[in-house]
Design a protein around this ligand. Structure first.
Ligand SMILES: CC(C)(COP(=O)(O)OP(=O)(O)OC[C@H]1O[C@@H](n2cnc3c(N)ncnc32)[C@H](O)[C@@H]1OP(=O)(O)O)[C@@H](O)C(=O)NCCC(=O)NCCS
Length: 280
């Protein structure tokens, strides 16, 4: 993949995922592609139609697989083939290239859409599929408790975030921290009994990790309190290991819906943890 493929990759995934993205969302998506192309150029692959023409130029992008390595954890961030070109082996070739980038990483993680062909590919690549729930709806502000010891984070909290990530999921998000903080608010909690962090964006709580459930619940309550009053919010990718989150969500007036799958290789679902859809 080259940086100039970012827009084509965004369009292709919107089509294959059947998702209508707002202009803002599109821009963020393209920025993320370029970010991952900088941190993990060897993990980003495209398939182009008809290969190279007589002038040696690449054809239109018809498939993509974007993966990243964080410590010894391999993560798949995007995976799609144009609907007209599916079922011809392109997806398998792309996933093989992306998985090859993770050679030497023992563990793997991805948030899967409920696409039968994708799930088939993931299982065949050795991933265990864990069904996930999503908390969704408008937060009942009258249910919000007073939460202390949670504060807005800064770049000075990078080491705290790293140590919680290492403890909870065995790998940091260090190269992605600055990028994620451009699009969301970091909250941190650092007590004698445990620590944790969460990211809140306009559309929901996008990532959370803590060294114990009590800290995770505090962070989730504070994150929900900081969502825009009256607007729908989302907490996604919750396996049944995250009942601490389901309990907070229900108490906050959100409803539980079926989400999709968390796919993991050589690891159990980290907990307490809300996985990031793009960064694992
Ligand atoms: C998931 C996805 C990327 C797979 O891509 P794909 O190109 O359709 O996948 P493949 O063609 O490699 O595999 C599909 C089948 O094609 C067939 N196939 C493989 N190689 C082939 C070849 N050389 N010639 C003809 N058929 C072939 C096989 O039957 C294969 O199934 P099997 O190997 O499991 O028996 C694609 O279906 C997709 O974009 N889905 C929607 C987007 C989505 O949800 N993505 C996942 C996000 S988490």
């Amino acid at each position: 993949m080259r940086p100039e493929d970012a827009e084509a990759v965004e369009r292709l995934t919107a089509l294959a995922y059947d998702t209508d993205r707002s202009d803002d969302w599109r821009r963020r998506w393209c920025d993320r592609v370029r970010h991952l192309l900088t941190t993990d150029p060897g993990g980003c692959w495209v398939a182009d139609d008809a290969g190279y023409g007589p002038t040696g130029e690449a054809g239109p992008v018809i498939g993509v697989a974007i993966s990243l390595r964080r410590d010894l954890l391999w993560i798949l961030s995007a995976y799609a083939v144009h609907p007209r070109h599916q079922g011809q082996g392109i997806g398998t070739a792309l996933l093989d290239a992306a998985v090859g980038y993770g050679a030497g990483c023992l563990r793997g993680m991805l948030t899967a859409r409920p696409d039968p062909q994708a799930l088939r590919r993931y299982r065949r690549a050795g991933f265990t599929l864990y069904p996930t729930m999503r908390l969704t709806g408008v937060v009942d502000r009258s249910a919000l408790p007073a939460v202390d010891s949670v504060r807005a984070g800064t770049t000075a909290d990078a080491d705290l975030v790293d140590s919680v990530d290492r403890r909870v999921r065995g790998a940091t998000h260090r190269p992605d921290q600055a990028f994620v903080q451009e699009h969301s608010t970091l909250l941190v909690c650092d007590l004698l009994t445990g620590s944790g962090y969460a990211y809140v964006a306009d559309w929901g709580v996008t990532q959370l990790a803590a060294t114990n459930r009590a800290v995770a619940q505090r962070l989730l309550w504070e994150a929900l309190a900081r969502t825009a009053p009256g607007s729908p919010t989302d907490v996604r990718n919750l396996t049944s290991d995250q009942e601490w989150a389901v309990d907070v969500g229900l108490a906050a007036g959100l409803r539980v819906e079926q989400d999709a799958y968390l796919a993991l290789r050589h690891m159990r679902p980290p907990a307490p943890y809300v996985p990031s859809t793009a960064f694992g």
